[in-house]
Write a protein that binds this ligand. Structure first.
Ligand code: ASN
Length: 358
């Protein structure tokens, strides 16, 4: 296990802190700053947080920052990292009011989806945030994303329960459900969107929550962390003229236990007999086929058109309005549980953490 740097920041001193927030700094653009020569971007040193972000003193928090080693561009993130972060949060769960994960934006939608499935009966917020411009740039989105994510992670109802007991993404003044977001923009600050589910909160002069869209607190059930992922999931995005031989190579490959089929529109695919026979062959080989739309928003409705009716008939499962990021991580998570096939298929279609609108 690599040794991680741990820094304690008490913005409340000499008073006792109002809330305890644990920050995991995993890498990405947010935490970069210029070195003293002003030439290179290097990771932000969180031991200087209060000097660099004096506005945090207004919060009266105790903030523990764990800087993970090595810091990662999020393109390098794997399920092993999700397991490590989940273990750290599990270990410190009782001692903190909320958790913030500083993460690169590129794969944040996958990580937020993955952690949403890992944590069952969550009673505290786990908020992913990042930035398009580093905290060390004069003009940046990092400061406000970090500061508001910390504030939301510490927020409670008057009865003491956390305001948002969910895995979320906070970005560009919006709080989203983690398993509903997609990275949609690589230059502007509005990097994320949640096409099929409304924002949970919007930060303006006040932070305005949409309580009816936030998951309810679990009733008395203990929080559980599921850490095993099986990444044997392939992704095939259909396009007109796709050679069947290429598709066969993926669908029948022994390393693919499940295949996400990115179909068109509301879940349509060719009615060509060879194509359908190949899907049947994969299903007979005990693979799970999950139909996710290439569309940005909307849902898969197998049977709405003739071109999706047969998919339903032969046993392709519909991802309904799940994002492709949620579909892939949900399959990895469910395959990791090693449940019997029928149970697995039932759970894929079930709304486990608010990832599907039923
Ligand atoms: N490449 C970076 C990452 O995902 C992009 C970012 O954080 N804005 O780690």
């Amino acid at each position: 296990m690599p040794v991680h740097q741990v820094i304690e920041i008490d913005t409340a001193l000499p008073k006792p802190p109002r809330a305890h927030v644990l920050v995991l700094y995993t890498g990405g653009t947010l935490g970069m700053q210029y070195d003293p020569s002003g030439q290179y971007l290097v990771p932000f040193d969180f031991s200087q947080t209060l000097e660099r972000l004096p506005e945090l003193r207004r919060f009266d928090f105790r903030i523990t920052v764990i800087t993970l080693t090595p810091l990662l561009d999020s393109a390098n993130i794997t399920p092993a990292h999700w397991q490590e972060w989940a273990s750290i949060i599990e270990e410190h769960y009782a001692a903190y009011d909320g958790f913030v994960i500083l993460h690169g934006t590129d794969t944040m939608a996958y990580s937020a989806s993955a952690l949403s499935f890992m944590f069952e009966n969550l009673t505290k917020p786990i908020i992913f945030t990042g930035a398009q411009l580093p905290i060390g740039e004069a003009r940046n989105d990092a400061r406000s994303n970090l500061i508001t994510a910390l504030e939301i992670a510490a927020m409670k109802h008057t009865d003491g329960r956390a305001r948002v007991p969910e895995v979320c993404v906070y970005f560009d003044y919006h709080l989203w459900r983690g398993n509903r977001v997609k990275k949609v923009e690589s230059e502007d600050f509005d990097a994320f969107d949640s096409p099929n589910y409304p924002f949970l909160a919007k930060a303006g002069i006040r932070i305005r929550f949409q309580d009816s869209y936030i998951l309810p607190h679990p009733s008395e059930k203990p929080m559980q962390v599921h850490k095993h992922f099986d990444p044997a999931v392939a992704l095939v995005r259909l396009y007109p003229g796709m050679p069947l031989s290429l598709m066969e190579a993926v669908l029948l490959h022994p390393a693919a236990k499940a295949v996400v089929l990115q179909s068109y529109g509301s879940g349509t695919a060719p009615t060509d007999a060879h194509f359908l026979r190949l899907l049947e062959k994969a299903l007979q080989a005990d693979k799970i086929l999950l139909n996710v739309s290439q569309c940005y928003g909307g849902r898969v409705v197998q049977g709405a058109y003739e071109t999706s009716y047969t998919l339903e008939k032969i046993g392709v499962l519909s991802a309904e309005d799940m994002t492709v990021e949620a579909a892939i991580t949900k399959l990895m998570f469910l395959l990791g549980k090693e449940s019997p096939k029928e149970e697995l298929k039932r759970l894929i279609k079930e709304n486990l953490r608010g990832e599907i609108t039923k």
